[in-house]
Design a protein around this ligand. Structure first.
Ligand code: NAD
Length: 451
């Protein structure tokens, strides 16, 4: 059995059967059998089924939010927001079957045009930090494009995915949505190697992403990879420093820092560092860390003891802690929001993804140095620029090697806009219209009219 732990109490929340390679094979077989029927459903009818599924998700929103808050240890207010995004994602893609357009192409002797075809069975492998949200980013466009799916949630957080599978079974034909809860080493790797799986859409660590890309190469599977990050929050001296300082904690400590988009490197123009630090400190100290089910909580525990140990290794005794928030006593995998300054640019906390509530502050002199430091990483997922100089904002935004970027705000993830990484943060895009391309193939058809 798989013991699902509640990170805020360190107790068992639920026990569920632990799937293995045999269950993965069975799920792929069900998805394969269901695919011809699902792809044959007329676009308008497929859209109707997906809208019905979205309505069911809406009716279960509170239940899903509570389950996610307890299982992932996230504040209930955040969990409600995330379930709202799950719903928005299903509604956005529900209309897509009728929007999957092709081109007509002028050629001699006939007519050429393109259509979009589904891939077949797609495997979706997801992490524990935003369990149902990231799964929805994959499931909704994959289903809309006419694929059937096998979802493998993270072992630590399978509960909302399993609840979703039951909801889906109320409206979609059997075998269209399959959830297999088990380890990455057995279920995950089996799905990646399976000859009947056409594509793997993976979100997780860069190291596992590398292994998946290598394994998928054997069967030339399509692969979308959403991997790690070490994003920069670049704050110029002419920015609205009060707003930038008020926003910076959410940008890095949201979801207890367990966020691939975390702006964990705060780059501040040297002439403004002192003032910025003075503005930042009270915001960090005021973060309410505690029971995820308390409406006032802003930050919950980390997901596990091993994640807490990994994060703690970035703040050893003698680390340059500028200031920290506070955490509750007693059970729970707590870690205080922590700001490190000054730091050596070669330090692990500066170069590696921490995936916990630890930020580093790095000064820069001018625009050129800000860009140089921001891009000095193997990652390229997210980032922000704060300045009142619009031309500079756009110059820096264009120069930063990241897939997603925001100006004078932290908000950069929206259902309608593409999301994904440059460099070793990944391959491909999710969300927006781009995700439909990632779950379909272009077919070119030529109809001869002469000769
Ligand atoms: P992880 O890579 O350890 O696991 C992710 C998923 O892959 C899990 O379901 C796991 O069971 C599975 N898995 C593990 N080994 C596998 C294998 N050999 N074959 C197939 N599947 C396997 O990541 P995690 O610890 O769950 O999540 C944290 C990481 O995810 C961080 O690095 C974070 O940056 C990244 N992340 C990225 C994004 C993004 O969109 N770019 C979003 C969230 C998290």
């Amino acid at each position: 059995m798989l013991q699902v732990i509640e990170p805020a109490t360190e107790t068992v929340l639920e026990q569920i059967p632990r799937a293995g390679a045999a269950e993965a094979d069975a799920a792929v077989a069900r998805a394969k059998a269901a695919h011809p029927g699902w792809r044959a459903i007329a676009p308008a009818d497929r859209a109707k089924l997906l809208y019905e599924l979205a309505d069911l998700v809406e009716s279960a929103l509170d239940e899903l939010a509570l389950l996610e808050a307890r299982n992932a240890g996230k504040p209930i207010t955040d969990a409600r927001g995330e379930m709202g995004m799950v719903l928005d994602t299903f509604r956005y893609y529900a209309g897509a079957p009728e929007r999957m357009l092709g081109d007509t192409i002028p050629v001699g002797g006939g007519q050429a045009f393109t259509v979009r075809e589904p891939l077949g069975v797609v495997a979706l492998i997801t992490p524990w930090n935003f369990p149902l949200t990231i799964a929805a980013w994959k499931m909704a466009p994959a289903l809309a494009a006419g694929n059937t799916i096998v979802l493998k949630p993270a072992e630590l957080t399978p509960l909302t995915a399993l609840r979703f599978e039951r909801l889906a079974s109320e409206v979609l034909p059997p075998g269209v949505v399959n959830v297999v809860a088990g380890p990455g080493s057995t279920v995950g790797s089996r799905l990646v190697a399976h000859p009947d799986v056409a594509k793997v859409a993976f979100t997780g660590s860069t190291s596992v992403g590398r292994a998946i890309a290598a394994s998928a190469a054997h069967t030339i599977k399509r692969v979308t990879l959403e991997l790690g990050g070490k994003s920069a929050n670049v704050i110029f001296a002419d920015a609205d420093l009060e707003r930038a300082a008020a926003a910076a904690p959410t940008a890095v400590f949201g979801n207890a820092g367990q966020d691939c988009c975390a702006r964990s490197r705060i780059l501040v123009q040297r002439s403004a560092v002192e003032r910025f630090m003075a503005l930042l400190e009270p915001h960090v100290r005021a973060i309410v860390v505690g029971d995820p089910l308390d409406e006032d909580t802003q930050m919950g525990p980390l997901i596990s003891a091993s994640q807490r140990d990994a994060v703690a290794s970035f703040v050893p005794a003698g680390a340059p802690v500028a200031f920290q928030g506070s955490v509750p006593c007693g059970p729970g995998y707590w870690f205080a929001p922590t700001v490190l300054y000054p730091v050596d640019r070669g330090a692990r906390a500066v170069t590696e993804e921490i995936f916990g509530p630890v930020a580093v502050v790095i000064p820069f002199e001018d625009e050129a140095e800000a860009i140089e430091i921001a891009n000095d990483t193997i990652y390229g997922l997210s980032g922000s620029v704060w300045t009142e100089n619009g031309a500079r904002a756009l110059r820096v935004a264009r120069a930063m090697e990241t897939g997603v970027l925001s100006i004078n705000t932290n908000t950069s993830v929206r259902v309608a806009t593409p999301f994904g990484g440059f460099k070793q943060s990944g391959v491909g895009r999710e969300l927006g219209p781009h995700a439909l391309d990632a779950y379909s193939e272009v077919k070119s058809i030529y109809y001869a009219t002469e000769g």
